[in-house]
Write a protein that binds this ligand. Structure first.
Ligand code: GH3
Ligand code: MG
Ligand code: MG
Ligand code: MG
Length: 298
């Protein structure tokens, strides 16, 4: 979440927008819309942190806006507070049942609006943090398996629209059990964190996702990347790990920590299942191990 929350205020009466803006603008960044259709448009381009939504509006009313937002995967988690006429219990209940988190009674009291919005923004901040933690690996700071599944599903379905390729890299530290046995588990953990950092530096920060997939196994998703380029990235990762020069005297590949890497590439065509990339990359990794380790197969 941004440092200042972005609040979208939706109301067909400008005076209500003015009251809410004045009450909230000191703490938050305010955007507004004066119709339901405009609200949906602005919400999609702005991805606000919270929406204050008038119920009664000509054309697309607040309930309809709420329904559209709750069925949009990018917006469904944005909290909505309905603004309803004081005492209109039916409107209040209907809004809450549709997934709104709260309501504000009209005529709007600026102090109540400010207090409620502050609480909900704070809760949104905590939810975002928890959601981020749920897909983060604590040891390395990379993503975890849940992030891998989520990103891979999203990337495959997005790229299926254009039929572009996607590549997946899986890597596994060589003779890591021996490393732990020789240097201890804490040194093993430090080694994994260093390998993760090397891996992270080899990928594109905007589009690619790197995760710790299992104990000493890592994976990268490289959307819209063909096979040659993915093999290139895999080679770079392998070289970067060698350059770390982490001593590993009992390894059979070299006296330093090395990795084996499997690469899979396929076009995202209708019917393609994310699991396909993982299975292929995994069997390539197996071949890389069988071929002597410290190498890339794809
Ligand atoms: P190979 O070259 O075939 O991959 O051999 P390996 O010894 O690396 O493979 P194996 O799967 O037999 O052993 C993996 C080891 O990784 C065993 C486990 O103790 C260690 N490991 C898994 N997760 C962690 C972790 O979070 N921290 C540490 N320090 N070690 C871990
Ligand atoms: Mg209205
Ligand atoms: Mg392993
Ligand atoms: Mg291993």
């Amino acid at each position: 979440m941004r440092q200042r929350a972005v609040i979208l205020v939706v109301d067909d009466e400008v005076s209500n927008i003015e009251i809410l803006s004045e009450a909230l603008e000191e703490e938050h960044d305010i955007s507004f819309a004066t119709s339901g259709a405009e609200a949906v448009r602005v919400a999609r381009s702005l991805l606000p942190d919270l929406i204050l939504l008038d119920v009664l509006m000509p054309g697309m009313d607040g309930y309809e806006v709420c329904r559209v937002i709750k069925s949009d995967p990018l917006l469904m988690d944005v909290p909505i507070i309905f603004t309803t006429a004081l005492g209109d219990q039916e409107a209040e209940v209907r809004g809450l049942l549709m997934g709104a988190i709260d309501y504000l009674a009209k005529p709007i009291s600026p102090v109540i609006a400010r207090a409620r919005v502050r609480n909900h923004v704070e809760m949104k901040r905590m939810r975002d943090e928890l959601a981020e933690l749920a897909v983060t690996d604590a040891l390395t700071g990379l993503g975890n398996r849940r992030r891998l599944e989520k990103s891979l599903n999203q990337d495959v379905s997005r790229l299926t629209e254009t039929g572009e390729p996607l590549s997946v890299i899986i890597l596994d530290v060589d003779f890591f059990k021996r490393f732990n046995d020789a240097y201890g588990h804490a040194a093993g953990d430090r080694c994994l964190a260093m390998v993760a950092a090397a891996l992270n530096r080899a990928i594109r920060c905007a589009s690619d996702v790197a995760v710790r997939y299992g104990g000493e196994e890592f994976a990268c998703i490289l959307p819209a990347m063909g096979h040659e380029q993915a093999l290139d990235v895999a080679m770079q990762i392998k070289e970067r790990v060698l350059l770390l020069g982490i001593p590993h005297a009992s390894s059979d590949t070299a006296p330093i920590v090395t990795v084996s890497i499997g690469v899979a590439t396929a076009a995202c065509v209708p019917g393609a299942v994310p699991d396909h990339w993982m299975r292929v990359a995994d069997s390539q990794l197996y071949l890389a191990k069988a071929a002597g380790r410290n190498n890339v197969i794809g």
